[in-house]
Design a binder for this molecule. Structure first.
Ligand SMILES: [Zn+2]
Length: 288
């Protein structure tokens, strides 16, 4: 279900009319394209604003629909005109209107990042069902990333419905079959479950969180087995590199540094959505 503007053309036209149409066709289509992409970016920013609410409230088991957002410092409810994504932050110079307390730069960052993802998805997949499905996955991944950074948990309330949604989405994606989605869930959950089990057997400690297992199962539901293998490979690579950098940057060199794995799994899955098959082809091209 995709809409291609380049195929839009009036049906019967006289020669003169056709010539006139050709003259305005290209700029008109370009203007329309630009407008729709700007719309996708703006939509993404608004969703990002909602993700900020989820990131703040889900771990606290608060409702994500009410009450209205308040300043965490002075408790004043934030008026609608001070709650416009990104713009309000810039107008207020990153401070609360009432108590002048600093507002975290993370709010506009998450909004802008979500907007950029929406824009890139539309440029990559057009205004199509796959773009919408992948946007839902990316939105879940962004939420999981920041909740994991803040609280070291990945809420089941995101990943468990995500697994079901991902399986359903397989029927709307041309690249993932329902069977591939089921295998992706099994491979994603199973591989990390095995890692956790071996880790516990060797060290008698809990290393891998159950949240990571369910997160990779959700990623597998959306991307299939290939997505799981790619995600696990890239997340481990980037995660261990980041681990080394963090340990090296530490003053007291101790390896007892726990890094949340969820953000790396999320980042790797997002890379797979945008460029996974191309990167896999490039990697195997290098080997041969
Ligand atoms: Zn305030």
């Amino acid at each position: 279900m995709s809409f291609n503007f380049r195929q839009t053309r009036p049906l019967r036209m006289s020669f003169g009319c056709r010539r006139a149409w050709r003259k305005i066709q290209t700029p008109a289509i370009e203007a329309m394209d630009f407008f729709l992409q700007a719309l996708a970016f703006f939509y993404g920013i608004c969703v990002g604003s909602f993700l900020n609410v989820c990131i703040y409230r889900l771990p606290e088991h608060l409702s994500i629909v009410k009450p209205r957002s308040r300043c965490p410092q002075c408790g004043t409810p934030i008026a609608f005109y001070d709650n416009i994504p990104v713009i309000s932050f810039l107008l207020l110079a990153g401070r609360c209107r009432h108590c002048r307390a600093r507002i975290s730069w993370r709010y506009p960052l998450i909004e802008t990042a979500t907007g950029l993802c929406a824009l890139l998805l539309v440029r990559r997949f057009g205004f199509s069902l796959p773009a919408l499905i992948y946007f839902a996955l990316i939105a879940a991944l962004i939420t999981v990333t920041f909740i994991d950074i803040d609280h070291r948990i990945i809420p089941d309330v995101i990943t468990l419905p995500g697994i079901v949604l991902g399986f359903g989405a397989a029927f709307g994606l041309p690249t993932v079959s329902a069977l591939d989605s089921l295998l992706g869930i099994a491979a994603g959950g199973g591989s990390l479950l095995a890692v956790a089990w071996i880790y516990q057997l060797v060290t008698h400690k809990n290393g891998m969180g159950g949240g990571d297992i369910k997160l990779l199962a959700m990623i597998g539901a959306f991307t299939g087995v290939a997505g799981v293998i790619f995600t696990l490979f890239v997340a481990s690579l980037v995660g261990s590199l980041a681990g080394f950098v963090l340990v090296a940057a530490q003053k007291k060199r101790s390896l007892k540094l726990a890094v949340a794995f969820g953000p790396f799994l999320s980042l790797a899955a997002a890379i797979y959505v945008f460029a996974g098959p191309q990167l896999i082809a490039w990697y195997f091209g290098m080997l041969s």
